[in-house]
Design a protein around this ligand. Structure first.
Ligand code: MBD
Ligand code: FE
Length: 289
């Protein structure tokens, strides 16, 4: 499939509103925002945000027609359940940059809207849950989890979630088994892991929802390059949330979510001992704060 070919969204693939509702429900189940900030901090941050909007209106001489278009669009973002998608695509990268600025180990990047905790656990070597006839190029993803000095971390855990060969995530698109291409892999005593999966397809922001509408209206493109999502952790180490990318993807250089970093590019080779491809990536985890 060419990455520029939009996947038609249908009864088979689901709608933006269905994916959005799923992501919104998932967010509500995962997260709490209680006591995230003091009253002073709320006043400061909310004040700055409101001022940034007003400054834009005044400097750009925004019209009533434009203001009403914005209002209608914001209402639709909520109706489509696309607040998680919107925020994770256009804002989370800056939050992640701030959150991880003092790390010395492996680079992180954004989590995105489609993480589900407590995926089925397996010991290495593992094969992710997938359909008997799962389409796509087989991929062996392997590596080593160490501390920042390269000392192996026993008890390391590699959580992985990814799109399938059409760019769809289980639990957010219809027709996929619950845990398809999601798993928690326990590394061996030296932190080594091997995970059999398939190469994910690039991801297109749904064209039929509010975010897709904005992208079309602005003449932007809607693509994220193909990626694996990961959360890697070990006792005594800081968990890292990251993504890994595949060389040659046309959108590595202009990811709509601004989440690609050069350190996150995989090296992928043909497998000599079996079908498909193999890639090795080592994680160095910062010590627990
Ligand atoms: C994705 O798969 C993703 O990783 C992000 C960040 C946003 C939308 C879809
Ligand atoms: Fe993703």
């Amino acid at each position: 499939m060419s990455v520029e070919t939009p996947v038609p969204r249908s009864e088979a693939t689901g709608t933006a509103a269905e994916a959005g509702a799923g992501a919104t429900a998932r967010f509500r189940a995962n997260k709490t925002s209680e006591a995230a900030s003091s009253r002073e901090r709320v006043a400061h941050l909310a004040g700055r945000l409101v001022k940034a909007i007003n400054d834009t209106v005044l400097e750009e001489k925004v019209s009533y027609a434009e203001y009403n278009a914005l209002k209608a669009w914001l209402i639709k973002v909520g109706e489509d359940g696309e607040w998680p998608l919107f925020l994770d695509v256009w804002v989370e990268h800056s939050v992640e940059e701030v959150a991880n600025e003092n790390r010395h180990g492996s680079k992180g990047t954004i989590e995105g809207p489609y993480y589900v905790p407590d995926s089925p656990a397996q010991e290495t070597p593992a094969t992710l849950p997938m359909r008997d006839d799962e389409p796509g190029t087989p991929l062996l993803f392997q590596g080593h989890v160490t501390d920042v000095d390269g000392v192996p971390l026993p008890g390391a855990k590699v959580e992985i979630w990814q799109a399938d060969d059409l760019g769809f995530y289980s639990q957010f698109a219809p027709g996929l088994p619950e845990w398809n291409l999601r798993g928690t892999v326990l590394a061996d005593n030296e932190g080594h892991f091997q995970i059999n999966t398939i190469r994910p397809a690039p991801y297109q922001i749904p064209t039929d929802g509010a975010c897709g509408q904005l992208i079309a209206a602005a003449g932007w493109h809607a693509w994220r390059p193909a990626h694996l999502h990961l959360k890697v952790s070990a006792p005594g180490a800081q968990l890292i949330t990251t993504q890994l990318y595949f060389p040659g993807d046309p959108h590595n250089a202009d990811d709509i979510a601004s989440a690609v970093k050069p350190e996150l590019m995989l090296g992928v080779q043909d497998r000599e001992d079996g079908p498909g491809r193999v890639t090795t990536y080592d994680f160095r985890l910062d010590p627990e704060a």
